[in-house]
Design a protein around this ligand. Structure first.
Ligand SMILES: *[C@@H]1O[C@H](CO)[C@@H](O)[C@H](O)[C@H]1NC(C)=O
Ligand SMILES: *[C@@H]1O[C@H](CO)[C@@H](O)[C@H](O)[C@H]1NC(C)=O
Ligand SMILES: *[C@@H]1O[C@H](CO)[C@@H](O)[C@H](O)[C@H]1NC(C)=O
Ligand SMILES: *[C@@H]1O[C@H](CO)[C@@H](O)[C@H](O)[C@H]1NC(C)=O
Ligand SMILES: *[C@@H]1O[C@H](CO)[C@@H](O)[C@H](O)[C@H]1NC(C)=O
Ligand SMILES: *[C@@H]1O[C@H](CO)[C@@H](O)[C@H](O)[C@H]1NC(C)=O
Ligand SMILES: *[C@@H]1O[C@H](CO)[C@@H](O)[C@H](O)[C@H]1NC(C)=O
Length: 697
């Protein structure tokens, strides 16, 4: 009997421990497979235990379970907590502090008290129900009716926008965009018509042309019979990108992160919550939460924050990073605490670097079209996300979990599940991205003023590591690689900062699974690409995927430009506690020559060249913990001699690390002959004649 009691307590404890890890730490598939057997075993042990009291256990058990099943959650917290002191009767006022619903419930001790056994049974049943809710949520809340709109690709003279409006019985329905300049009280212009069909899940992307650079607009929707549609209840606003021909420099901010699953860490009955987006919204638009925000606006300082640049962190010998000579082609990366009186540039968009849905976490729901579509709809249904996508343009890359874990497409689109996964990604996320320079591709490039971006597709063409030797492996495929090199050549001297977006880390410092899933396994392609990147000033790689944050510096030979990588994730998902998976520096080193300037006591200046061996890849900062992480990246090129990127690493809603990147000045050449935009001042004149600039220039 003792044995039975102990076995039951053990199984119960194990069950709770696994459930805790599964719902609060990592939603690993082992949890999904081991929870049902553990629960069944627990039930079995519970029912074969002989009665302790005179009352037949089965009848009362059922009764009590029902009673408990309906009572309040914290009640149960309390009972289990008390379970650790079994023989006592418990005064009900003596309440345990309630943290997470599961965190105090882990241990079950053997007990002969019937009441405690019943309480245990109720608690374990609730925990099991929680696991079922978490896993099966997309099935009983399939978001089929979700109505939404969002802004995608933004241009100086156009934008793409997505609309979903489910129809009734008809096979299709048409919805017209009405748009006008914001704050102008003009009449509404008829925009493009979105043809929504059941075939394409009632979602469509249209392009709105004929806009002015750096101008705010708003839009809403109309039925084709002229009725204004109820959603959005207030017109949605957006602001076009600046005219890249105006070389006045950039001053803007954008966000980057990856990896999200609604309601993880799990809370009961919160299946639509994506806490990472709640935190993003609070951070960008705090005024809406707290009615009295910091009186920041009063001390506006319009000048660029040039003052504290001299605070170099270089070695104790006065290794002066001479702006003109040797280290001019290096980033000077300085962690600083910037003065709070400096205004922040407005956040203009977010780049999502993949794992937007987890098709296979906590379970693989299936590989049919509807299953993939449902997971996208589920995210757009989230009020947390809605707060952000209704106000901020989103550009997407996909990663493996939009398809399946560690997916390597090997250029074969017909191998399942790519086609169905791709169709859903295309419909919900990719169509509103910038058009790829190559038809039908997911990689693309875009510009914001004098800043250039290239977003890679690291999944569709990558070789299967296990089936190829190192030299023949490709991550991007020939065509994408050619497009990337071409872009590099074009932006080299036409953009100040160049951001390259890779869903998986470019660095080889991450270990474990990253050794085969990141660029670490693609050594030849990576080395060649890195050689090219070292010839281009101000390259910053953005990545995600590892559920950790790290800033990494890549150093090249002699005159090479330093390359920086910022890897930030997850936006709203698990992180791995305790285990650390990042090496701090690569084994491979390069010889770097730096000039050390020493000032003698009599006033003379002596310059000596010092050759030092530095790691090819080196971690500047590593922060693993945090369920909610994103980078807020500010580009400031208003002072063309001192272009700066300020990176704020946001973790759980607060800034955990600041990095200031001092770029090298780039003498910009005009990007292309085409795409010359009319300066703002001509706008009114042309407006009077009813001319749409996009038709003329
Ligand atoms: C909209 O789509 C439906 C179904 O594909 C098609 O029959 C209809 O002609 C389309 N309408 C327009 C205006 O393209
Ligand atoms: C327009 O069509 C919608 C349904 O598509 C209907 O609800 C509405 O009453 C119609 N309005 C007019 C003015 O016909
Ligand atoms: C692509 O995948 C399909 C399905 O797995 C397979 O039948 C076909 O042979 C593959 N094609 C190539 C070129 O490998
Ligand atoms: C970038 O420009 C520099 C000269 O300004 C040149 O040496 C380098 O090869 C160029 N890099 C690429 C990738 O075009
Ligand atoms: C760097 O310099 C050391 C001598 O200072 C030399 O032994 C080593 O081979 C050099 N490494 C590279 C990669 O050139
Ligand atoms: C200044 O000091 C340096 C050594 O620090 C010495 O080599 C040099 O001759 C001195 N110059 C004068 C003008 O004294
Ligand atoms: C980062 O900079 C901001 C000001 O831009 C400051 O408020 C914040 O405290 C800094 N955070 C850290 C961790 O230094």
């Amino acid at each position: 009997m003792k044995v039975l009691e102990s076995a039951q307590a053990l199984v119960s404890t194990l069950f709770r421990l696994v459930a805790y890890i599964f719902l609060q730490v990592i939603p690993h598939h082992l949890g999904k497979t081991s929870l049902p057997p553990l629960y069944l075993l627990y039930l079995l042990l519970a029912f074969i235990q002989p009665p302790v009291d005179l009352v037949p256990p089965k009848a009362t058990l059922t009764k009590h379970t029902n009673g408990n099943g309906e009572s309040h959650e914290t009640d149960k917290d309390e009972k289990v907590f008390k379970d650790t002191t079994p023989t006592r009767t418990i005064p009900s006022s003596d309440r345990a502090p309630s943290y997470g619903p599961l965190s105090v419930l882990l241990l079950t001790l053997p007990t002969r008290s019937r009441a405690l056994r019943v309480a245990n049974l109720a608690i374990n049943t609730l925990i099991f129900a929680a696991a079922v809710e978490f896993v099966a949520y997309p099935f009983f809340d399939d978001a089929a009716d979700v109505v939404y709109t969002r802004i995608g690709a933004m241009y100086p003279d156009a934008t793409k926008l997505v609309v979903r409006y489910p129809g009734d019985s008809a096979a299709h329905r048409e919805v017209r965009v009405l748009w006008r300049q914001a704050d102008a009280a003009d009449s509404w212009n008829n925009g493009p018509v979105a043809n929504l069909t059941s075939e394409s899940d009632w979602v469509a992307t249209v392009r709105l042309d004929g806009l002015w650079p750096s101008t705010s607009y708003e839009y809403q929707f109309q039925d084709t019979n002229g009725t204004l549609l109820p959603y959005p209840s207030r017109p949605i606003r957006f602001r076009t990108f600046p005219d890249p021909q105006l070389n006045s420099g950039s001053y803007f901010r954008f966000l980057a992160s990856s990896c999200l699953t609604p309601n993880f860490p799990y809370l009961p009955l919160q299946g639509r919550r994506i806490k990472g987006f709640d935190l993003v919204a609070e951070h960008i638009w705090p005024a809406e939460k707290q009615s009295v925000p910091l009186p920041e606006v009063t001390s506006v300082n319009p000048a660029p924050p040039a003052a504290d640049e001299s605070s170099s962190t270089s070695a104790s010998v006065s290794t002066v990073p001479e702006s003109a000579s040797s280290s001019a082609n290096e980033f000077a990366t300085t962690p600083v605490s910037r003065a709070s009186s400096v205004t922040k540039a407005p956040t203009e968009f977010m780049i999502f670097l993949g794992d937007f849905i987890y098709a296979d976490v906590p379970i693989y729901y299936g590989d049919d079209k509807e299953t993939y579509r449902r997971l996208y709809r589920r995210n757009y249904q989230s009020d947390s996300f809605r707060k952000v996508y209704e106000r901020l343009p989103f550009f997407h890359a996909y990663d493996d979990h939009e398809i399946i874990n560690n997916y390597a497409g090997n250029s074969n689109d017909s191998a399942p599940p790519f086609a169905n996964a791709n169709e859903a990604f295309q419909l919900y996320n990719a169509q509103a991205n910038y058009d790829s320079p190559v038809e039908g591709q997911h990689y693309y490039e875009f510009r914001h003023g004098d800043t250039a971006f290239f977003v890679m597709d690291t999944r569709r063409y990558r070789s299967v590591v296990e089936e190829t030797d190192e030299a023949s492996r490709t991550m991007l495929g020939e065509k994408q690689l050619a497009t990337l090199y071409d872009w590099l050549g074009r932006v080299n001297n036409t953009a100040t900062f160049k951001f390259i977006v890779s869903s998986v880390p470019f660095t080889s410092l991450w270990t474990y699974e990253a050794l085969t899933d990141s660029w670490a396994a693609f050594t030849h392609e990576k080395a060649a690409l890195l050689r090219a990147l070292h010839t281009v000033p101000n390259v910053i790689v953005l990545s995600g995927d590892r559920h950790e944050f790290a800033a990494i510096e890549f150093t090249g030979e002699a005159a090479a430009h330093t390359v920086l990588e910022i890897s930030t994730s997850p936006l709203s998902m698990f992180y791995v506690p305790i285990v650390r998976t990042l090496n701090m520096a690569s084994v491979d080193t390069v010889n770097r020559t730096t000039q050390v300037v020493q000032q003698g006591e009599n006033g003379t200046v002596e310059v000596t060249e010092v050759v030092e061996q530095v790691p090819q890849e080196r971690v500047l900062r590593y922060i693993a913990d945090g369920n909610y992480k994103w980078s807020s990246i500010e580009v400031d090129t208003r002072d063309q001699d001192h272009p700066v990127v300020n990176v704020d690493i946001m973790i759980n809603g607060a800034c955990a690390y600041n990095l200031t990147v001092h770029g090298q000045p780039v003498k910009l050449r005009s990007a292309t002959a085409l795409g010359a935009y009319v300066p703002q001042s001509f706008k009114g004149v042309l407006d009077k004649f009813g001319l749409k600039p996009s038709r003329w220039f």
